[in-house]
Write a protein that binds this ligand. Structure first.
Ligand code: ADP
Ligand code: MG
Length: 558
């Protein structure tokens, strides 16, 4: 008896399913791409339980003939190629005739379709068991319903992270897909809730902005060497820490291609600081003869016959259009391409900000010194230590930690409007992890107290509207992210306390800064008004004292 068996069709499909459909999102992608191939101008997607319960895709495309319905779910059956040359001449998304066979082998599957001038028909496939074609009752177009995905493949189901993760992935895909295919009306319903509606009047830019909450973008429609590019990309004042908001479409399909992403990144060379990335969507159209999409079953990866041409076209078009932004964006210029590092323009005349000691200047000059204080500021040594005579003793005060103590107490106290803040002309958009975003949203008031006016910007973004004047000269996004990181590192239950500590440390004057007499007086006076002038919040001493006796002894006067 031979040991090697030819797999029966059902098992083969099940194995193929593992390749084509790893996650519910792959099903959505395949079905949506089929709809585009069928010339649909409207696509509606419904999902339930992250796509595991239900995925339903309805389109108004050309539909399938009743007698072809069964063929559609057979492996290697496709209307899109008839000879081997066709495999290399792909203008449509599908071409392997694998997707419906694979999907229907791992789900409770139904396809309903109607071609204009023909009867509607429907076919059920129950986890690979193909039923009979029956008369249907739908309008022109096709509806595919996929229920209980992977129920017969528990191993696959185990790989699914969580319903919410699957749901997020699908929503994200539909957003990217909609931006790339902006001529198609798209609707997405998640658990019966309408989460995306794009009409045919929404431009690529509209769709991208409303999907990803990023406003600072510009539009490109250009071509180079027969390579056409339509894109919506961020202006250089958007600086992302990762590349994962650079989306690429090729001949209307969402793809992942390292080299193309890199081409986009390189177009921003010298316009963004190192390790900062743009965001956006780039839709590339090239002659299908020049691309082999048949590289991976999930067809996210592609292979170009001449990568270098495509790469350089993408790079050239984006960088030249990026250059033009500088000139055309006259009214509300909020960035300068040549000077991006220090480029947070602030609304003038809101407040006069000065050095990093500006918090000191919030009260009027006259309240700083009064005779009865009996504190005499002598001066500063090493640009770091303030010398003070008080109650018959000499005080050596560490200027940095003294100021830190002062700021810390002001931050945690309820003094409103203590911190001077400044409104930015254009908000700065920052991407955060889910966790950090939660922290921020739960602490908007605490941040406000410290001078950060923040707003939810949708997705994983927040926008920074105002900042404390003390950080306006710095890289604001960096400062903000560092602040959050430091907070996460010394986790404490009291957010305000921890944030105040971090903020105080970051914004206090540093050792090595020369201070004016006024600044020294102000720090010293404020210090002795704090609850604990002698120890910094981290536990370091602030003041070192020497008594008159000690000093006199040195001179053998006593
Ligand atoms: P492929 O897309 O690679 O051809 P599929 O398994 O995805 O393979 O689809 C098989 C065939 O079923 C397609 O070639 C097409 O003829 C038909 N088909 C699938 N979905 C649709 C749809 N939404 N509208 C019209 N025809 C469809
Ligand atoms: Mg297909």
């Amino acid at each position: 008896m031979s040991e090697i068996k030819i797999l029966d069709q059902k098992i083969a499909n099940k194995i193929a399913a593992g390749e084509v459909v790893e996650r519910p999102f792959n099903v959505v992608k395949e079905l949506v791409e089929n709809a585009v191939d069928a010339g649909a101008t409207f696509i509606r997607i419904d999902i339930f339980d992250g796509g595991l319960g239900l995925i339903k895709v309805t389109d108004n495309g050309r539909g399938i003939l009743p007698e072809d319905l069964k063929n559609a779910v057979l492996r290697y059956s496709t209307s899109k190629i008839s000879n081997i040359e066709d495999v290399y001449r792909i203008n449509t998304f599908g071409f392997r005739g694998e997707a419906l066979a694979a999907i229907s082998s791992v789900s409770d599957f139904k396809i309903e379709s109607k071609r204009e001038g023909y009867e509607a028909a429907e076919l059920q496939v129950y986890f690979g068991r193909v039923g009979e074609t029956k008369p249907g009752k739908i309008q022109n177009g096709t509806t595919v319903t996929v229920k209980n995905l992977f129920e017969n493949v528990p191993a696959r189901r185990k790989f699914i992270k969580s319903i919410s993760a699957e749901q997020r992935e699908i929503i994200r895909f539909v957003k990217i897909f909609s931006s790339i295919n902006h001529n198609i009306e798209v609707e997405l319903f998640v658990d019966e809730k309408n989460v995306i509606t794009f009409s045919k009047y929404d431009s690529m830019k509209d769709r991208f902005i409303s999907s990803f909450g990023l406003n600072n973008v510009f539009y490109i429609n250009d071509n180079h060497n027969n390579i056409k590019i339509e894109a919506v990309l961020s202006l250089p004042n958007v600086q992302r820490n990762r590349k994962d908001y650079i989306f690429v479409g090729l001949n209307n399909r969402v793809i992942k291609d390292f080299a193309l992403t890199q081409a986009v990144v390189q177009a921003y060379f010298r316009k963004l600081p190192q390790n900062k990335y743009p965001a956006g969507v780039v839709s590339i159209k090239i002659n299908p003869d020049a691309v082999d999409v048949n590289v991976h079953p999930t067809k996210m990866n592609v292979k170009f016959l001449n990568d270098r041409d495509v790469f350089s076209a993408v790079n050239k078009i984006i960088s030249s259009n990026l250059g033009k932004q500088q000139l055309s964006n006259s009214g509300s210029v909020v960035y300068r391409l040549d000077n991006i590092q220090t480029n947070y323009f602030v609304k003038e005349n809101i407040i006069n900000y000065s050095s990093s000691v500006d918090e000191l200047v919030t009260s009027s000059y006259s309240d700083t010194f009064e005779e009865k204080d009996e504190i005499k500021v002598i001066g500063q040594v090493f640009d770091s230590v303030i010398l003070v005579e008080k109650d018959g003793e000499v005080y050596f005060i560490d200027q940095h930690i003294a100021h830190e103590r002062v700021l810390y107490e002001k931050f945690i106290s309820n003094t409103n409007n203590f911190v001077t803040k400044i409104k930015l002309v254009e908000p700065i958009i920052v991407e955060l992890s889910d966790n950090d975003k939660d922290i921020v949203l739960n602490n908007l008031n605490n941040f406000l107290r410290l001078g950060f006016e923040l707003e939810d910007f949708g997705g994983n973004f927040i926008s920074i509207l105002s900042v404390p004047t003390s950080i306006v000269h710095k890289n604001i996004e960096n400062e903000f992210v560092e602040l959050l990181n430091e907070f996460n590192n010394n986790k404490s239950d009291n957010f305000l306390d921890s944030l105040s500590l971090t903020m105080a440390c970051k914004t206090a004057i540093k050792a090595g800064e020369k201070l004016t007499d006024y600044e020294m007086s102000k720090i010293v006076k404020d210090l002795f008004e704090t609850k604990n002038p002698y120890t910094c919040p981290h536990g370091r001493p602030i003041v070192y004292k020497m008594s008159k006796e000690e000093i006199y002894k040195k001179f053998h006067r006593l």
